[in-house]
Design a protein around this ligand. Structure first.
Ligand code: ADP
Ligand code: MG
Length: 316
């Protein structure tokens, strides 16, 4: 199968997945064309996934298709942007039609779920590598940056932490039970918080998506904003499945494991109080911003020490 036949068969069909009047020209020409409406900023980001580095060898192609687009789109969510289109640079060791069909199916499901259209790409032979560039737009000047956190802001997260990190241990399990399957679903099918991110554009003071772990990613906000934070670890949301399967290790996963793609945001208390209830109810307050740099954890069980993260002060 030649390069053009491969594109025509597996990827061209995705170009009509989500209709978006900002995508003027999709795949097939030398470039795609996006028209940015007046009063909006173009927001874009690129992510590369390498087999054996960012996903396990022989990982199910349909999960990979979903994950590759979800992790890229999650960066748009973290900026408060609305998705428009993406390009796909695919490096493949061989044109395996079963693999391509599975990958395109997962990618297609994700593109429909997130409302983002395939606009073009590049296809080459080489070690399995997937690069996705996502484009979105946000009302001019309203994008959520990492640098806006201020003293007194509440630190919030959008959902349970640690599920996907725990699932890494179960990827090879031939017969995972119901609890493990629930956590595996978080790893295989991350749900970028697009609606919530967009509804907080211009309202939250800072945001980041949690790809590397809550503490590590919050630290990026703190450094960019020149502030510190106090976290009450007892309020960090964790799923029942995580607590049941991991016991005392659950909190450590929630604090330090990546791959969940929830958002961590900072919001001034009066802005938080004024949010519409359906938005506010999706946020869990886990701490607050303080002027002194550094991250302090309170409410940890006696003797608790996090394994995967070591630069924070403890207040108890
Ligand atoms: P060029 O040589 O001008 O870079 P290519 O031969 O790489 O063009 O690509 C031809 C067309 O096919 C372009 O419009 C490109 O966007 C599209 N394309 C290539 N690979 C993919 C892919 N994996 N998915 C979607 N479109 C693709
Ligand atoms: Mg090319």
């Amino acid at each position: 199968m030649g390069e053009f036949e491969l594109i025509r068969q597996y990827f061209q069909p995705l170009a009509s997945n989500a209709s978006n009047d900002q995508l003027v020209l999709g795949p097939g020409d030398d470039c795609a064309i996006q028209r940015v409406p007046p009063g909006r900023d173009l927001v874009f980001s690129v992510d590369t996934l390498v087999e054996g580095v960012h996903f396990p060898p022989h990982y199910a192609p349909s999960h990979l298709g979903w994950r590759a687009l979800a992790v890229a789109v999650s960066d748009l969510a973290a900026m408060g942007a609305e998705p428009v289109c993406f390009t796909l640079a695919l490096s493949l060791p061989e044109a395996d039609s079963d693999w391509l069909a599975g990958f395109a199916e997962g990618l297609s499901r994700a593109s429909q779920a997130f409302g983002i259209t395939l606009a073009g790409g590049d296809t080459t032979r080489g070690p399995l590598t997937i690069t996705i560039q996502v484009h979105g737009t946000v009302k001019a000047g309203q994008a959520l940056l990492r640098s806006g956190a201020r003293e007194g802001d509440r630190v919030c997260v959008t959902g349970p932490m640690g599920n996907a990190g725990a699932a890494l241990d179960y990827l090879e399990d031939p017969e995972p039970g119901a609890l493990k399957r629930a956590l595996l679903a978080s790893y295989h099918g991350p749900q970028p918080q697009l609606k919530l991110g967009a509804s907080l554009a211009g309202k939250a003071s800072a945001a980041i998506d949690i790809s590397d772990g809550l503490l590590a990613d919050l630290q990026h906000i703190l450094e960019a904003s020149g502030v510190g934070a106090e976290l009450d670890v007892a309020s960090i949301p964790m799923s029942d499945e995580l607590r049941q399967l991991q016991g005392v290790r659950a909190l450590d996963l929630a604090l330090t494991a990546g791959d969940d793609y929830q958002l961590c945001l900072t919001i001034a208390p009066e802005t938080l109080a004024a949010l519409p209830a359906p938005v506010r109810e999706q946020l869990t307050v886990i701490g607050r911003i303080v002027p002194e740099p550094g991250l302090t954890l309170t409410g940890a069980p006696a003797g608790y020490q996090t394994q995967g993260y070591d630069h924070f002060g403890r207040s108890d």
